[in-house]
Design a protein around this ligand. Structure first.
Ligand SMILES: [Zn+2]
Length: 413
């Protein structure tokens, strides 16, 4: 009895151990095997909502994927290329369409590339294509919106796509918009204008625009950073020159949800004052806005950057489309900022204006430029150069940003 006890104990210990090992192996098997089988992204469904006037084509996916899109004429087709995916919902590889979409086909195009082709019943204009993060009971969705157009317009868009590359496959356009997981934080870029060898406006209180802008940007950063849902990134946090294009690239690299550029204006008449919020537009809303765009766009020139070879040209039709969509969101944000500033910060008349500002041209990041006031106006300059003034500006921005994202969330984005 006294001998058997330890043996028994050892045996049951070993049993327990081997059971644990067995369980662990089984668990690994259960976890690893489906993981290996599901190595490719899965397309779990294709849906559409189409009539004579518009068509929405939705691809249900279990993960975010890159996509490219091209249009072809005679017959009219839209081609969507994805990385190699597993089409799990339909083994026939094709289906009937409705409205603008006559039929659709899908399958492996070549190793690594799965393709979906829509046969259209007529020429269509691609309005937009974007990835939606999970929400509303759905996983990721790749959404394509189209509407009928003329044959000439369709051919023009096809030719434009082909022209940007040597041949059709090369002309395919990378996705301008990608989604981040729904639970990830909103990335907000705060861009202090000018810096380093580009001082911006000099104003009348002896503090250059680059310093005023940086201090306001820091105040905005500090207010926004209190919200754990926000990740705030500064394009610069010291007195350093950043090329305009680099500022946009930072926004895209960070996959930003929002870009806010902070500046302070100047005017020949000292009486002119107040804040103005600019959003991007092809055409300036007035002569003053056009002049402002010329001034702000000269930043790189002032810094002595060789602009040869630099291209602001948006080469692809898709980026164009994304930019148009982004411009609407930017205008929405600008209106919110103006609304939140009212009462706390002196506003210029027509306080939301439109201008072709280079720094706002990230094609898929809603972007605004705040001219927080006039450095040629003594009251404005003092306000912007005081911590009380800066925190009023920052608080208004924070409220507007909160409002903007709350509205987006209620719309399912
Ligand atoms: Zn400026």
């Amino acid at each position: 009895m006294s001998f058997s006890f330890p043996f028994q104990w050892i045996r049951s210990y070993c049993d327990a151990t081997s059971k644990a090992v067995y369980r662990l192996l089984l668990l690994s098997f259960l976890i690893l095997v489906p993981a290996l089988a599901a190595a490719e992204p899965e397309v779990s469904g294709i849906r559409m909502n189409s009539d004579a006037n518009s068509a929405r084509f939705v691809i249900d996916l279990d993960e975010e994927v890159e996509f490219t899109l091209l249009t072809l004429a005679d017959p009219y087709r839209v081609v969507i290329d994805l990385p190699e995916v597993n089409f799990s919902f339909n083994s026939t590889g094709s289906g009937e369409g409705e409205g603008l979409i006559d039929r659709y086909r899908f399958g492996l195009f070549r190793a690594g590339v799965s393709r979906i082709v829509l046969d259209l019943s007529g020429p269509a204009e691609i309005e937009r294509m974007f990835m939606l993060s999970p929400g509303g009971g759905h996983r990721f969705r790749l959404v394509l919106d189209m509407k009928p157009t003329s044959r000439d317009a369709f051919l023009a868009s096809v030719q434009r796509a082909v022209r940007s590359g040597a041949n059709i496959p090369d002309s395919r356009v990378s996705a301008p918009i990608t989604a981040r997981p729904a639970n990830s934080r909103r990335v907000i870029i705060i861009d202090a204008g000018h810096g380093g060898i580009d001082p911006g406006n000099l104003g009348i209180i002896g503090v250059p625009e680059k310093t005023i802008a940086l201090n306001i940007a820091r105040a905005i950063r500090d207010q926004l950073a209190r919200n754990p849902d926000y990740e705030v990134v500064m394009t610069r946090d010291r007195d350093i020159f950043i090329p305009l294009d680099r500022r946009r690239v930072i926004a895209r690299e960070q996959r930003a949800d929002m870009f806010i550029s902070v500046h302070a204006d100047s005017f020949r008449q000292a009486g002119v004052g107040g804040a103005t919020v600019y959003s991007l537009s092809e055409r300036a809303s007035d002569r003053e806005a056009a002049a402002l765009a010329r001034r702000e766009n000269r930043s790189d020139l002032i810094a002595g950057i060789d602009l040869t070879g630099e291209s602001d040209e948006v080469t692809s039709i898709l980026v164009d489309l994304a930019q148009r969509e982004t411009m609407n969101y930017s205008a929405r944000l600008a209106n919110l900022v103006v609304g939140e500033m009212r009462g706390d910060v002196t506003l210029r008349t027509n306080s939301h204006r439109f201008a072709g500002l280079v720094v706002l041209k990230a094609p898929d990041v809603p972007s605004i430029l705040l001219e927080a006031g006039y450095l040629t106006n003594r009251a404005d300059a003092r306000f912007m150069n005081s911590s009380a003034g800066r925190s009023k500006i920052a608080a208004a921005i924070r409220r507007a940003v909160d409002g903007y994202f709350n509205t987006l969330a209620s719309e399912g984005f």
